[in-house]
Design a protein around this ligand. Structure first.
Ligand code: UTP
Length: 476
């Protein structure tokens, strides 16, 4: 074990063990383990390529290389083709009936913007019952399992910060009716925070300042945890990916899965047209013949505001972090066997509390450190036959990111209510709504009652006694 200390010394990171002799045996062991798990060469490479070069302007240089990415429009849009969607749906349903599809949620993030004390998935978001995000997803997965007659496996990536609490939450809630053996948790990798000089920071005398390696870390974590092997053994080759913060997401969408399979895609994505040029979502583009997502902060301003010949935003294909992955694509990329098939790390300049060399706690008021994160959409240019389909924002995307304002619990709750109101109207029930489609009272439709408008209408019409739509009604 002293080898590790020597190695850290040799690589200029010996300060990590500055307080080693003050620690008890257990703490020493834990610190050595944390240190051993860090790839110091990887960190050194990132420090020289990212930290030392931070602050440069990256924008304009890529402007000439970018074109808007092609996507499959919705069937009811002017250019949409209904037949294609029908075929895709049939293919997706066939795949679901055969049991080759798993759901996958990335839930390892820190959720700092929401400021909620607990794993984000345990946060209550539904309008009446305040069901947690995890419960909503579980019920959608359970509903799909029933509809297609095949129990769907659900993989969840957590991180060391929230794994224990997440698993406990599922245990306490009896897995929301899912079979425990089909719910699989695994933790993602960690990366150390470094200062301006590339020195690894200590959170306290016994712990390195570590944080999750980004949602892109999902690919290597799926491989390292053995999840990919387990999928192979269970005959699963198609993975429906979504984030923990979006209660509207169609966790299992047969049309999306169908397009992915029909086009033999390694990675498929959903898009919604950007609502306005400055909207803070990444944009699907084509760069040197490859599909890519350009982050909003990296999209040159003149492109972000450019309009096409129909007066629409030209670079409008917003990325909403909903994907279908081919299992073997993850197996290849997550194993990181070749340098050119490696997801890049991005730099985040953050406030990180740490211990100074003289053992004092430093609580910064300004960003003082760098964290390294991988993004899942960076896998897009590596994929063969990438497919991008349009989806209706109102039926797929209303994330809970911030405590207040845009993408907050309030906006997401209202978007859920609008969806319920649309479904009820589609079933022919008169219900008053404001200009935005929001009903004046709060009610809720559980995914176990219906998970799509079509199924809601069917189920509602089949009810012999229809409940009165009033404040607090829950349809389960
Ligand atoms: P966000 O980019 O919203 O980050 O994650 P976050 O950490 O949850 O929240 P903030 O930025 O601190 O407020 C988008 C999705 O990616 C997952 C999150 O759990 C969420 O589902 N994620 C993010 C991970 O699983 N691991 C990570 O390291 C980062």
């Amino acid at each position: 074990m002293t080898d590790i200390k020597e190695l850290y010394e040799k690589k200029g990171q010996g300060h990590v063990f500055a307080f080693f002799d003050e620690l008890n045996e257990e703490e020493q062991k834990s610190l050595l383990k944390q240190a051993a798990d860090i790839d110091l060469d990887e960190v050194a490479g990132l420090v020289s390529s990212l930290v030392k070069n931070s602050g440069g302007s990256k924008n304009e240089t890529i402007a000439d290389e970018l074109a808007p990415a092609d996507y499959i429009p919705l069937p009811d849009s002017e250019t949409g083709v209904a037949d294609l969607w029908e075929k895709a749906r049939a293919e997706g349903e066939k795949a679901l009936r055969s049991g080759r599809v798993a759901a996958f949620t990335v839930a390892g993030g820190q959720g700092t913007r929401l400021g909620y004390d607990g794993p984000k998935g345990t946060y209550g978001v539904s309008p009446v019952l305040k069901s947690s995000l995890f419960q909503i997803f579980a019920e959608k997965i359970l509903a799909a399992s029933r509809i297609y007659g095949k129990a769907i496996h659900w993989y969840l990536m957590t991180s060391i910060i929230n794994n224990e609490e997440t698993v406990k939450f599922f245990e306490e809630n009896e897995y929301f009716g899912l079979h425990k053996e089909r719910v699989h948790f695994f933790t993602q990798g960690l990366m150390p925070a470094v200062d301006d000089d590339g020195k690894i920071l200590l959170a306290d005398k016994a712990n390195i300042a570590l944080s999750p390696d980004g949602h892109g870390g999902a690919l290597r974590a799926l491989v390292r945890s053995g999840s990919i092997r387990q999928m192979e053994a269970d005959g699963i080759d198609t993975i429906s990916y979504f984030q923990v913060d979006n209660p509207l997401v169609r966790c299992i969408d047969p049309e999306f899965i169908g397009f992915h399979l029909l086009r033999d895609s390694e990675l498929s994505s959903k898009t919604v047209p950007k609502a306005y040029p400055e909207e803070k979502v990444g944009v699907f583009c084509e760069q040197n013949g490859k599909a890519v997502v350009v982050e909003y902060s990296d999209l040159p301003e003149r492109l972000a505001s450019e309009l096409d010949e129909n007066g629409e935003i030209k670079f409008r294909a917003g990325s909403i972090a909903i994907h279908v992955f081919a299992r073997d694509f993850i197996k290849k990329l997550g194993a990181g066997q070749s340098e050119d098939a490696q997801l890049p790390f991005h730099l985040a300049n953050k406030k990180v509390a740490h211990i100074t060399p003289d053992g004092e706690v430093h609580e910064p008021t300004e960003p003082n450190a760098y964290k390294f994160e991988m993004f899942v959409f960076d896998s897009l240019p590596f994929a063969q036959n990438p497919v991008i389909i349009e989806t209706a924002r109102a039926d797929d995307f209303s994330p809970v990111k911030n405590a207040e304002g845009v993408d907050s619990p309030k906006t997401s709750r209202e978007d859920q209510l609008r969806q319920f109101a649309r479904w009820v109207k589609a079933a022919g029930v008169e219900i008053e709504t404001d200009d935005t489609g929001l009903p004046p009272f709060t009610f809720e439709i559980s995914p176990l009652f219906a998970d799509t408008e079509e199924r809601f209408v069917e189920k509602w019409n089949a009810l012999t006694e229809k409940p009165e739509l009033t404040e607090g009604l829950v349809l389960v």
